[in-house]
Design a protein around this ligand. Structure first.
Ligand code: ATP
Length: 194
């Protein structure tokens, strides 16, 4: 079995995430992609992050209907800051599968700042999805370490920051997020006064 692990803050999940995950699934022939909303993303320490239950619910709503997509509460249930290496250890301990860590081009160039990057590269192949405005390359200190796969993806210039800003200023985010996510944002008054 080939499994993709797709971590993120997902504040909120948007079409950039969904297209990236679907292309990774197709090109790497993944049996499933596990979406893992981060409990307390350590790289975003000090910045405001929406309550986990809202972010997780939006992930559920967004992936509903795709049999190969699954949401996992693993990172939400773990105490303390969220580290990808702990997540991969946990997944590897629970299921027998070839693991692929799906990351955008911005995230991969930061990999040397993550906790135990070399262990991450032992546990999973890093699947890099091109993202507009990012080089999408491994940091020099990790070049040649572990396995890396490039995922071709049409450039989608949508970010969660952009979605939050637009909502706050009363502009539309329709089609930048799935309809159900858009409705959830409105119904719960998310991002209105960030
Ligand atoms: P923010 O704007 O709040 O920093 P974000 O849009 O980057 O958020 P995250 O939840 O931080 O979203 O991203 C999770 C993962 O998805 C990261 O690996 C990131 O690189 C990737 N990703 C996010 N948006 C895109 C996109 N438009 N295209 C490709 N990859 C993306």
């Amino acid at each position: 079995m080939r499994v993709g692990v797709f971590g993120g803050t997902f504040d909120p999940i948007h079409v950039g995430h969904l297209v990236a995950a679907e292309r990774a699934r197709e090109q790497l022939r993944l049996d499933k992609v596990m979406f893992m909303p981060a409990g307390r993303p350590w790289l975003k320490a000090g910045t405001h992050v929406t309550e986990a239950r809202h972010r997780a619910r939006m992930v559920d709503l967004a992936i509903r209907g795709n049999r190969c997509f699954e949401a996992s509460p693993m990172e939400l249930e773990r105490e303390g800051p969220t580290y990808t290496v702990d997540t991969l250890e946990e997944v590897a301990g629970r299921i027998k599968a070839e693991l692929y860590l799906v990351v955008g081009g911005d995230a991969v160039s930061d990999l040397d700042r993550w906790r135990r990057p070399r262990r991450i590269l032992q546990l999973a192949t890093v699947a890099v999805v091109a993202r507009p405005g990012t080089a999408g390359r491994m940091p020099p200190s990790l070049e040649g370490v572990g396995r890396c796969a490039a995922v071709e993806c049409p450039p989608i210039g949508v970010s969660a920051t952009d979605v939050r800003r637009r909502v706050r200023s009363g502009r539309t985010v329709r089609y930048m997020v799935p309809d159900a996510v858009n409705e959830y944002i409105v119904a719960n008054g998310l991002y209105a006064d960030d």
